[in-house]
Design a protein around this ligand. Structure first.
Ligand SMILES: Nc1ncnc2c1ncn2[C@@H]1O[C@H](COP(=O)(O)OP(=O)(O)OP(=O)(O)O)[C@@H](O)[C@H]1O
Ligand SMILES: [Mg+2]
Length: 318
């Protein structure tokens, strides 16, 4: 749905973005991951033409974005700015109504849609009448998301949307983010410098450094088939946790013993990540858990069997 071909942006001598190419499929969630200054925001802004590339082309649905007027292009692209970008002198309702005003929606329609989004994002309707600085950072970021979603654009660009949040709030928002039906239908490019966030929310990840894409692939590709030492080092500190979150029981299914004991135990889906399975062992204090694959096959597994299968799986990847 979105395709970038050899796109560069130079600011004088600074090669902010240096010949990057990537593709995003419809309803996919692509993450641009990288340290500060590697060119993430510049890349995002070239997609909605807030910045024009020095060279290269970007296509949305096969159409070169330079063939469309920027104002028209932006109607189909929601944009959540880094640090939420709400106008401080506009109320929340006024902030959310910016795009509907451009689209000349009548007042009733805007109000109805705003109320709907506030509810979906778990925000009290009373916030509509306050100014952004009267809200917490997390609430402001939700408002930024509501503003980007209001006209239901098929494409959503999000620049560090959860950047300002503490870990607990961030984990909660991640859960909501994954559950929100409005977002499941969208093609999303999200920027983050947080490795955990990238792995949790991305179908695919482009790891960037100094304006270039170092590797692009699924979370499992980056973990188990790192392109080079840079990728390896980037993930090093959190490797084990990322592996547990990325690998599902289905991935190691054939390595788990074929056994089903008819005992009273917790049953989990085989789509569960290893991380979630380990947490279930810990929190339920269970010796064994039943894992059910597509409601057809059940295996009764203990902690050691799980870890042993995981280690075999890892050895196979190497
Ligand atoms: N308007 C500009 N003029 C000159 N240089 C710029 C401009 N915008 C960005 N740059 C430079 O381009 C590089 C990439 O900037 P960009 O904002 O894309 O980084 P980023 O990956 O989003 O970083 P962060 O994580 O800190 O937001 C930086 O070196 C920055 O200084
Ligand atoms: Mg940035």
């Amino acid at each position: 749905m979105i395709k970038a071909e050899q796109v560069s942006k130079h600011f004088g001598k600074v090669k902010a973005v240096d010949g990057i190419s990537f593709e995003v499929q419809e309803q996919e969630n692509l993450i641009l991951l990288g340290t500060s200054g590697c060119g993430k925001t510049t890349t995002l802004k070239m997609i909605n033409r807030l910045i024009e590339p020095t060279s290269g082309n970007i296509f949305i649905n096969g159409k070169n974005i330079t063939d469309e007027k920027p104002e028209i292009l932006r109607r189909s692209i929601g944009y959540v700015l880094q640090n939420n970008g709400l106008f401080p002198h506009y109320t929340v309702a006024e902030n959310i109504a910016i795009v509907p005003q451009l689209l000349k929606w009548d007042k009733k329609r805007t109000e109805k849609r705003a109320a709907e989004l506030m509810e979906k994002l778990h925000l009290s309707a009373s916030y509509l009448n306050v100014y952004p600085n009267e809200l917490s950072g997390g609430q402001q970021q939700r408002i930024g998301l509501a503003r980007a979603l209001i006209s239901d654009p098929p494409v959503l660009l999000m620049d560090e949307p959860f950047g300002a949040l503490d870990n607990v709030t961030r984990a909660n928002i991640h859960k909501e983010f994954k559950a929100l039906d409005e977002l499941k239908r969208k093609t999303i490019i999200m920027v983050t410098h947080d490795v955990q966030e990238a792995f949790e929310l991305g179908n695919r990840i482009c790891l960037m450094d100094e304006g270039k894409i170092v590797q692009s692939g699924t979370p499992a590709d980056l973990l188990f088939k790192p392109a080079n030492k840079f990728v390896e080092d980037f993930l090093k500190d959190q490797r084990l946790q990322l592996e547990f979150k990325t690998v599902c029981l289905t991935d190691i299914w054939s390595l788990l013993p074929n056994q089903h004991h008819k005992i009273d135990a917790l049953t989990l889906s085989a789509d569960t990540s290893l991380w979630a399975a380990l947490e279930s062992f810990r929190f339920s204090n269970a010796e064994t858990i039943h894992f059910s694959k597509e409601d057809k096959e059940v295996k009764t597994i203990d902690f050691e069997q799980l870890m042993s299968a995981f280690n075999q799986y890892k050895n196979k990847q190497a």
